[in-house]
Structure formats: structure tokens, C-alpha cells
Ligand binder design. Structure first.
Ligand SMILES: NC(=O)c1ccc[n+]([C@@H]2O[C@H](COP(=O)([O-])OP(=O)(O)OC[C@H]3O[C@@H](n4cnc5c(N)ncnc54)[C@H](OP(=O)(O)O)[C@@H]3O)[C@@H](O)[C@H]2O)c1
Length: 323
């Protein structure tokens, strides 16, 4: 095994080193090359939660490679502000802000219709929007908020944009999960976290694990349409979300946190690199596929992964067929 592979694994197992800014600092010495300039020219990339942190960095990264970026934001005002900030750096960027609250499932058909009205093809859909509410919260429709934002909304939106993703010919879906998911197993017995004392990081990590295994199912579902589906984790990046939801963690890890750009790097790379089309259903970090569990107690059975899929289908009504 080459020394770089041994070091890469050691970084991963140490967690702190691999997830921190040390991860990309070392790994860029051996990771695959950057996408070619202009490699997303003529492509449309849609990013949820694109007005802040990693989503904003993903929007900028895709625009830098020539994509037209649809910034799907729940506040068009915050979206417009982020767009203006990116344009100061990249005056030629092709950025558009579209209203989208991904946790509001009833509104998503309208979001998808609006997108399809402006473009017949979508190269990539990035499920980046994320939340860690301090207390258990529900959407107006009565869905637990992290489940709606990280799992059910992305599930429905993927289905609604299935045709434009397939029409691209090299379509990709990326779920921005979290390394926090390593701490939790799939909890299909209590997907809406109704039992036991609510813990924000646990709720967050449970739904992030769901994203990883939902991506595996979507990869199978979309294989015939040549749409690749990936999940990834960004490591630990200094973003407004971390500043607000995890101030203690940020204080502790501050100097070691990645920049938002470093956190978004693998997502942007997957959108443009050949590996992003050639592979599907994998979980990525720092431009390499990673294990989805290190402990047997957190590894789901195939039955549990299917159960997650059926749960999403039942809750959203789509897609109407599987497998
Ligand atoms: N930063 C890290 O170290 C880290 C680590 C692991 C995973 N992640 C994941 O990376 C993603 C981005 O996180 P971040 O750190 O960049 O956090 P952030 O700065 O808080 O950004 C989160 C974005 O999601 C948007 N959002 C939340 N709920 C939404 C909804 N219902 N519909 C549409 N947009 C919504 C937010 O919009 P508003 O501005 O309107 O609130 C914001 O734009 C999340 O999925 C997070 O779980 C981050």
C-alpha cells in the first residue's frame, strides 16, 4: 500500500486530524486533480441552502467552473445578498436565486416546475440545506424538522427533478451529509425522534446517516437513467451554521476548522470530475470514497436501508415504483 494511502487512512481514523483543515492540507498532495477550468460550462447546478457557509461556497465553486447556478434559498433576500457577495469575487458568475424551503414538501412541486421552466437539463442537484434546531421542532405540516430538511425534502426534490437530471446525460445528485453520522445507526423504529430525550446533535446525526443510505437507494433507482448519486461529508468547516449551532465546539476547534471552500471542495469536485459520473452510491470525503460505518453497531442491514426507502416513498408518495 502506498504511503499516501496509509497516511490518508490514519487521518480518517484519527477523526480530529482528518476532519480538520489538516485533512485537505495533506491530502491535496495526492488527491485527484482539480476539474478543468470551464468543465461546467453550459451546465446548470442547483444548490439548496446556497446563501450561507458550504452552500454559498459550493455555488461559487460551481460558478467558477462555468456553471449556471440556481441558488435555492428559503429567503430570497438572504440569497440575493449571498449572490451579490459571490459576484464581487466572480463578476462573470451566472447566479440566480430561486425561493425554496426544502422542508416544506407541499411547495416543492412549484419549485421544480419553476426550475424546469427555465432549463430543460440539470447537471447537478446539491442537497446542502441543513439545520440543527436547539429543540425538537416540526414543520407546519407536522414533520420533524431535521427529517424534513435533510431527508424527506431532498427525497421529493430528487424525484421532481429526475427528468432534467436524466436529460443532462451526466446528471449528479450530491447529499451533503456529516461525519457526525458515524455516531448513529439508522433508527427506522423512530424516524421522527419521538422517543427519549431530544438531543440536537443526535437528531442531526441520525438524519445525516439517513442521507447516506438514501443516496445509496437513489443511486440504484437512477442507474438506468445514468444519473449518479453521491453522499459526502465536508469535515469540520467554519460556517455561520457552526457558529450558531455549535459555539462551544467552534471555540475548542477554531484554529483547526476548514474554510467553507475546503468543506465544499469534494462536492464541487464531484459535480465536475469524471469520477462523479463514473461512480454512484458512494460516501465521499476529501475526494475519496469512505466507509459508511466503522462500528458494527452503526452499520445498517440491507433490510433497514430498504425500510428507509419505503418510509420516504410512503411519506412523500414518490417515486411510485421500487425496485
Ligand atoms: N460546517 C460544517 O462543519 C459541516 C459539517 C458537516 C456537515 N455540514 C453540513 O453542511 C451543510 C451546510 O452547513 P453549513 O455549515 O454551511 O451551515 P449554514 O451556514 O447554517 O448553512 C445552512 C444553509 O441551509 C439553509 N437552510 C436551512 N434550512 C433550509 C430549508 N428548509 N430550506 C432551504 N434552505 C435551508 C440555510 O438557510 P438560512 O440562511 O435561511 O437559514 C443556510 O443557507 C448542512 O447540511 C450541514 O449539515 C456542515
Amino acid at each position: 500500500m502506498p504511503f499516501s494511502a496509509i497516511l490518508d487512512q490514519a487521518l480518517d481514523r484519527s477523526v480530529v486530524l482528518g476532519f480538520s483543515r489538516i485533512g485537505p492540507l495533506l491530502r491535496r498532495g495526492w488527491w485527484p486533480p482539480d476539474p478543468a477550468p470551464g468543465s461546467l460550462s453550459g451546465s446548470v447546478v442547483a444548490v439548496t441552502g446556497a446563501n450561507s457557509g458550504l452552500g454559498k461556497a459550493t455555488a461559487a465553486g460551481a460558478a467558477r467552473l462555468g456553471a449556471q447556478v440556481r441558488m435555492l434559498c428559503r429567503s430570497v433576500e438572504r440569497g440575493a445578498q449571498a449572490r451579490a457577495e459571490i459576484l464581487r469575487e466572480l463578476p462573470d458568475a451566472d447566479l440566480h436565486v430561486d425561493r425554496c424551503d426544502v422542508s416544506d414538501l407541499a411547495s416543492l412541486p412549484e419549485v421544480a416546475d419553476a426550475l424546469r421552466a427555465v432549463t430543460p437539463r440539470v447537471r447537478a442537484l446539491v442537497h446542502n440545506a441543513g439545520v440543527m434546531p436547539p429543540e425538537r421542532a416540526e414543520t407546519p405540516a407536522g414533520l420533524e424538522l431535521t427529517l424534513a430538511t435533510h431527508v424527506l425534502g431532498p427525497h421529493l426534490l430528487t424525484h421532481l427533478l429526475r427528468a432534467p437530471l436524466a436529460d443532462d446525460g451526466a446528471g449528479r445528485v450530491v447529499f451533503v451529509a456529516s461525519g457526525g453520522m458515524y455516531t448513529q445507526r439508522l433508527r427506522m423504529d423512530d424516524p421522527e425522534y419521538t422517543e427519549g430525550e431530544y438531543s440536537p446533535p443526535v437528531a442531526y446525526a441520525r438524519t445525516k446517516r439517513m442521507q447516506v443510505h438514501l443516496a445509496e437507494s437513489w443511486a440504484r433507482e437512477l442507474a438506468a437513467e445514468r444519473v449518479s448519486v453521491h453522499s459526502m461529508h465536508p469535515g469540520w468547516a467554519d460556517t455561520p451554521g457552526v457558529q450558531t449551532s455549535l459555539p462551544g465546539f467552534r471555540k475548542l476547534t477554531g484554529p483547526f476548522l476548514r474554510s467553507a471552500e475546503e468543506g465544499a471542495d469534494t462536492t464541487v469536485w464531484l459535480l465536475a470530475a469524471e469520477e462523479g459520473a463514473r461512480t454512484s452510491g458512494l460516501f465521499w470525503h476529501d475526494r475519496a470514497p469512505r466507509r459508511t460505518s466503522y462500528l458494527s453497531r452503526t452499520a445498517p442491514t440491507p433490510g433497514e436501508v430498504d425500510e428507509l426507502w419505503r418510509f420516504c416513498v410512503d411519506e412523500t408518495g414518490v417515486p411510485p415504483r421500487f425496485p
